[in-house]
Design a protein around this ligand. Structure first.
Ligand SMILES: *Cc1c(COP(=O)(O)O)cnc(C)c1O
Length: 416
């Protein structure tokens, strides 16, 4: 199943009469066993909640965006809401908006408010409860922002926040202070960012983020990537997106054909739970990987969602099967309203210890704390170095067994 440029050309638009037929989006099922995420039947979901729409609409990302679920009534017709969820949905006002794509809604368990995916996107009243240490901009991004939309903290790379819009809002969002209120296409703001990057030769790596850059139209993204590519010192562009998890229909042959023209292009995909690894998300990742885009993933450690070694192992091994390399595991930032998601840091270290050595090294991300106040990402490791005896470094392996490494280079043996 070696998909090439040729295959993109052969991708056919859905048949007009294909309603409730096998999803044309899924033509060419990925060549592996997809983990059995608990999927309802899409056709039944459509009949029940979107009468009149068929697979042709379902597979159209613009239809998915236009039909986002944004009201308590609408989501309440799909899920049996707990009183917590009901109250939080009714009271959600100024803060992070509520929105879920029909696709992601179809992955939610109607009867189980404790389901991981459901906790990620359905608000609960705990969002209003302040927890110690929280602040609206814990990473002090606004402080490191030379022009609106650019965060320049590290010497050679910067974040370029190109939209405030997401198709689906994660309740633990690090940028909940800013997302969800602006227009999808903020081209008016881009010029200042482009000018800053063009005038700052040390920037060799630009990370497009937001909001979700892949919610932009192909033409807007193409325009932006073309302008960035025209800056000689910009060597690499990265796109951060949750689209393959929440709106996989967005990854069309036309999108990947356009992206292919802007190499070297990398992507960081956001995944939170193995239930997001559906045939649809696998297809989206396959298209991106076939276009030569190296795929990494970023995951936030979330209490009651993925703070479990078994769940994380399934997620990271599943991502490898989708050709995505787990890149970062984040301690949940102290953003207001996320206290119920936060775990002790020790939990992350336990999970790292349960991964390293026990599964493929490629499935082991870096566990980091993005330092409050703007210190950047700081990696944390379980203690594998237990001390030193003379020139011997005392090491502990993944099984807890002790080893010595003769660390003699540069230290002449005192006995000689
Ligand atoms: C995370 C981040 C980056 C990218 O960091 P890498 O470790 O290179 O992936 C760049 N700028 C800011 C402000 C960031 O938060």
């Amino acid at each position: 199943m070696n998909s090439t440029h040729q295959d993109y050309e052969e991708a056919v638009p859905p048949e007009p009469g294909a309603a409730d037929a096998v999803s044309t989006f899924l033509t060419g099922t990925p060549p592996f066993h997809t983990p059995a995420a608990p999927r309802g039947n899409v056709a039944a979901f459509l009949r029940r909640h979107f009468p009149g729409a068929g697979m042709r609409q379902w597979n159209d990302w613009r239809w998915q965006l236009a039909n986002r679920i944004q009201t308590p009534e609408r989501i309440g017709s799909m899920l049996r809401l707990s009183t917590e969820e009901q109250a939080a949905l009714t009271g959600t006002g100024q803060g992070l908006p509520f929105a879920v794509t029909p696709y992601y809604a179809s992955l939610l368990e109607p009867l189980d408010p404790t389901q991981g995916l459901r906790r990620c996107v359905i608000p609960v009243c705990a969002e209003w409860r302040p927890a110690p240490g929280e602040c609206a901009d814990p990473l002090a991004e606004d402080h490191d922002s030379p022009v609106p939309g650019v965060v320049h903290r590290y010497p050679d790379r910067c974040l370029f926040l190109v939209t405030d819009f997401c198709s689906t809002y994660c309740r633990y969002c690090t940028r909940s202070r800013s997302v969800g209120h602006g227009a999808r296409d903020q081209r008016g703001r881009w010029q200042a960012g482009l000018d800053y990057i063009a005038a700052t030769p040390q920037v060799r790596d630009v990370l497009l983020s937001g909001g979700d850059p892949l919610t932009l139209e192909d033409a807007a993204l193409d325009w932006l990537l073309t302008r960035l590519r025209a800056i000689p010192h910009v060597e690499v562009v990265r796109i951060g997106t949750k689209v393959p998890a929440v709106l996989p229909q967005r990854v069309t042959p036309g999108l990947v054909r356009m992206l292919h023209r802007h190499h070297p292009l990398w992507m960081s995909l956001h995944f939170a739970h193995p239930d997001e690894l559906t045939p649809e998300s696998a297809k989206a990742c396959a298209r991106l990987a076939d276009a030569g885009i190296p795929l990494g993933s970023q995951t936030v450690l979330l209490a009651g969602v993925n703070d479990d070694p078994g769940v994380m192992t399934r997620l990271f091994q599943g991502l490898l099967r989708q050709r995505v390399r787990p890149y970062y595991l984040y301690q949940c930032d102290p953003v207001p309203g996320t206290g119920h998601f936060r775990t002790p840091v020790s939990r992350g270290l336990e999970i790292m210890a349960a991964l390293r050595g026990h599964t493929s090294g490629y499935a082991v991300p870096n566990f980091v704390i993005d330092a409050p106040g703007g210190g950047g990402k700081i990696p944390l490791l379980p203690n594998y170095v237990s001390g030193r005896e003379g020139q011997d470094l005392l090491l502990t392996n993944y099984q807890g067994r002790s080893f010595r490494y003769p660390d003699t280079a540069g230290h002449p043996d005192p006995a000689q």
